[in-house]
Design a binder for this molecule. Structure first.
Ligand code: AMP
Ligand code: GLY
Length: 421
């Protein structure tokens, strides 16, 4: 079969790497892809949000299955448009993707179906927002409509929250998205990402992973899209996982179907493991990045029949097998990320790192320049290693990281350490 992957980051390289191993696949394309996906697929010069171009390409090349990486094409209605033309897509409709695209939608759904999450309120007026803070415990202040963890202030007290409101709503440090803010109860605990396949009725959970959102060691500095991830996450015991399946994943899938917005694709729950049990931070309508990198390295089963079963509504007949090993992914980023950074820096040592046993270097923000690879984004590489235990996987991942250099490279040195505690 012919498969098209939409996107061009580390997540899409990991998906391409896994999908290419399926005996079912005869041709694999990635749009736009990156120099990493070019090793396992044919890159197509179309942007992930160019729905017209992608649709035409899929029709021309008789694509049997399209797998969507990022949320934007889903929110724009890629799945709807492809399905109208009889093309099979892995990923939710535009309406269902509101679960990620609209905070109000996801919070209302959680309220309706009693899914544990932080108390929250939305404000268009800074005075009302400040008044709401009175007598409340620590809060989180978020600019509405901003993705990837930016625009979020996790505040220790009322004074910090008042200051965050001023920066977002009055000083407009995030521009017009600061017209509206969300104030949320601050939750304490470890974060876990649970991703599940679903066809709209059956929920098939993947192995859990833990992301590292802050830019610097010890979870300090600004939030990023994720500086590294590992799987499994020991803090997420089988009991906790079952609790989240029963109280979060299944109610979301059943609730959306009952509401006439069936959800098909990956349901990603960002969770906080609080003293009162797991609570939802957010939902994403797609695979996580960088969580997908360690998850794909641990997945033993062929992923392609599962992706097809989600689109076909036959997931009840599927199961998943995992390697018992731990996978650790260290993100190597450009100096300055998540703020501004230089591009075009020559990357050395990719081959030496990739040659280490059990190591795969997934490309994210890279570009081919002649026969060399240069940096072209904030998150540049996801260096991922499998090991017999967490410690071994960490050592291997950092051995590989040590082989790779460019001017101004930045990475965290403590990825996976939480799993050792
Ligand atoms: P978000 O973009 O909403 O997922 O927020 C980004 C990050 O901010 C999360 O991964 C958490 O680390 C932190 N965060 C967001 N909401 C809360 C909350 N209610 N309590 C504690 N931390 C939060
Ligand atoms: N790693 C966080 C995300 O994919 O949203």
């Amino acid at each position: 079969m012919n498969v098209l992957i939409v996107g061009g980051g580390g997540r899409e390289h990991a998906l391409a790497w896994k999908i290419e191993q399926s005996p079912k696949v005869t041709a694999l394309f990635c749009a736009p892809g990156n120099p990493g996906t070019a090793q396992v697929a044919t890159n197509v010069d179309l942007k992930a949000d160019d729905l017209d171009g992608l649709l035409q390409f899929a029709l021309d090349k008789s694509i049997d299955l399209t797998v969507v990486g990022p949320e934007q094409p889903l929110v724009l209605g890629l799945a709807d448009r492809f399905q109208e033309k009889g093309l099979k897509v892995f990923g939710p409709s535009a309406k269902a993707a509101q679960l990620e695209g609209s905070k109000a939608f996801s919070k209302n759904l959680m309220e309706k179906y009693n899914i544990p999450t932080a108390a929250y309120a939305a404000f268009d007026d800074p005075d009302q927002a400040r008044a709401y803070l009175k007598g409340k415990g620590p809060q989180v202040v978020k600019a509405d409509g901003l993705a990837a963890g930016k625009g979020v202030f996790v505040c220790a007290d009322e004074a910090e929250a008042v200051d965050a409101i001023r920066q977002i709503m009055n000083d407009k440090i995030f521009g017009e998205s600061g017209n509206r803010i969300i104030i949320e109860e601050r939750m304490e605990g470890q974060e876990v990402s649970l991703l599940a396949f679903t066809d709209g009725a059956t929920v098939l959970p993947m192995a859990a992973a833990q992301d590292h959102k802050p830019a610097f060691d010890g979870d300090t500095g600004p939030n990023t899209g994720g500086m590294g991830a590992y799987s499994p996450a020991p803090v997420f015991t089988p009991e906790l996982k079952q609790q989240v399946i029963d109280r979060v994943m299944v109610p979301v899938v059943n609730g959306m179907r009952a509401d006439g917005i069936p959800y098909q694709g990956v349901l990603y729950a960002g969770l906080m493991i609080t003293a009162d049990g797991p609570k939802v931070l957010e939902f994403n309508a797609r695979f996580g990045d960088p969580e997908t990198q360690p998850i794909m390295m641990r997945m033993n089963s062929d992923i392609v029949p599962i992706l097809e079963a989600c689109a076909d509504g036959t997931l009840d007949a599927c199961s998943l097998e995992w390697k018992p090993d731990t996978a650790v992914c260290v993100v190597m980023a450009s100096e300055g990320y998540p703020g501004s950074y230089e591009k075009g820096r020559l990357i050395r040592g990719l081959d030496q790192a990739n040659r280490l046993p059990g190591v795969t270097v997934f490309h994210a923000g890279t570009k081919q320049a002649g026969d060399q690879v240069v940096t072209s984004g904030g998150r540049v590489l996801g260096v991922t290693a499998l090991g017999g235990n967490v410690q071994m996987a960490i050592v291997k991942a950092y051995q590989a990281v040590g082989k790779i250099q460019w001017e101004g490279v930045h990475y965290r040195t403590d990825i996976g350490q939480k799993a050792l505690k």
